[in-house]
Write a protein that binds this ligand. Structure first.
Ligand code: SAH
Length: 394
């Protein structure tokens, strides 16, 4: 068993059961990609078992803080079983849900989503890459789902020195799927869609938009970064008069159009703009347009804290433009899914965007990722998705 020895004083975060060891914390030791190592303090005290990743700044990701734990097939099966049992206990009423959410489920780098009886997995770190076969077998056995598709094509794989891989790991067949969420039908494709096919993490926020629309009777809704129109369906189902959806992905907008039809909604109440959100917002401001509700759900602008400053400017810009498009009493649903931007910083960015736009707002609600994407006590980085519902003051 290879031992990684930390520098003096670097044992604190593992002692708090945070799963990451950065390269700068290591005094000596090394191993192959994904190999199980024992991590010791400078004094030689056991801290954790983890997976070594020679090319990543996150050099070790912990599997267990229990010295008696063996890291073997039984360990992965049991950890997966517990992640699945947690979802079962959460009682989520959708045929699409996240079964494994990486570090928050004790399996650093692994994401598994379930769509009906098909699983979609992302192997995002050297450790889970090495145990891929064991994990795939256990997933199929524990869920009873015969099909498992791999979507290891996130750009973060490069940080781990891993190539992009996609395709069937177990079973095969069609990759189109019809998600049922809050009684709506949403078509997606696990091979061609973003991430594993859909943004399951925004499930609760789509329901929130539906409910606000019913209550506040929004006439004009603007859905920025709409992807396949989940928020657009929510607004129209809630009785919105018209929804304008903007996305830079043509195929996503095609899917959005067909999702409207799938739900019996009237295409005459929808406009789709294939373009850049920033440019469209500027154009709407120039034209003096107004929207009663605006959704801003941009892609990850700051993957890590190092990108936070530049990303903060980009977030502020779109939020400032959106505030200008709201009439008094209009509502902004604004989100950030950047791990590098915390809840407080996001709040500050939105506040300063409002200030620049000359707008004061009442925060009606804070939103976050759905519960099958848990944030855990030991891994606050799990709280990557945050949102604010802000009403422009009258
Ligand atoms: N709200 C969506 C998820 C949005 S993900 C949902 O609930 O499903 C972010 C989306 O932003 C992606 O669909 C991506 O294609 C789009 N996008 C990224 N940059 C963009 C830009 N500059 N202008 C418009 N759309 C953009």
């Amino acid at each position: 068993m290879k031992i990684i020895r930390l520098k003096p004083g670097k044992e604190r975060s593992l002692q708090r059961h945070h799963p990451w060891v950065f390269d700068g914390a290591i005094a000596k030791g090394g191993a192959d990609a994904g190999e199980t190592v024992r991590v010791d303090s400078a004094e030689g005290q056991f801290l954790a078992w983890g997976a070594y990743s020679p090319s990543s700044k996150i050099r070790v990701r912990a599997w267990s803080f229990d010295q008696a734990q063996r890291i073997d097939a039984a360990f992965f099966r049991e950890t997966l079983r517990r992640a699945l049992a947690l979802r079962e206990r959460m009682g989520i009423a959708s045929n699409g849900l996240r079964l494994v959410h990486g570090e928050s489920d004790g399996l650093p780098g692994l994401v598994v989503d379930r769509y009906g009886n098909t699983l979609v997995a992302q192997f995002g770190a050297a450790g889970v890459e090495r145990w891929k076969d064991v994990i795939a077998d256990a997933l199929v056995e524990l869920t009873g789902c015969p099909r498992l598709y791999e979507r290891s094509d996130a750009s973060s794989r490069a940080l781990e020195g891993l190539p992009e891989v996609t395709g069937w790991l177990r079973g095969d067949g069609a990759t189109a799927f019809e998600l049922q969420e809050h009684g709506w039908r949403l078509g997606l494709d696990i091979a061609l869609g973003h991430k594993t096919g859909y943004y399951l993490d925004q499930r609760d926020s789509r329901l929130a938009l539906f409910e606000y629309t019913k209550r506040l009777k929004f006439a004009q809704v603007l859905n920025c970064f709409s992807y396949t129109g989940g928020f657009s369906v929510a607004a129209l189902a809630g009785g919105a008069g018209h929804v304008t959806s903007i996305d830079s992905s043509g195929p996503a907008l095609e899917q959005a159009r067909s999702n409207l039809l799938l739900n019996g909604l009237d295409p005459a109440q929808a406009t789709f703009i294939d373009g850049d959100v920033n440019a469209s917002l500027r154009q709407f401001v120039a034209e003096g347009r107004q929207f009663d509700a605006i959704v801003l759900d941009p892609p990850k602008l700051a993957p890590t804290a190092a990108h936070a400053e530049r990303a903060a400017r980009a977030y502020k810009d779109i939020n400032r433009l959106a505030f200008k498009l709201l009439p008094p009493g209009g509502v902004l649903f604004t989100f950030s899914c950047s791990g590098g931007i915390g809840v407080e910083l996001f709040h500050k960015i939105v506040a300063s965007a409002g200030l620049d736009a000359g707008v004061d707002g009442a925060i009606l609600q804070r939103l976050g990722g759905a519960c099958d994407h848990p944030m855990t006590i030991n891994f606050p980085e799990g709280e990557y998705l945050k949102g604010l519902v802000v009403m422009k003051k009258l």
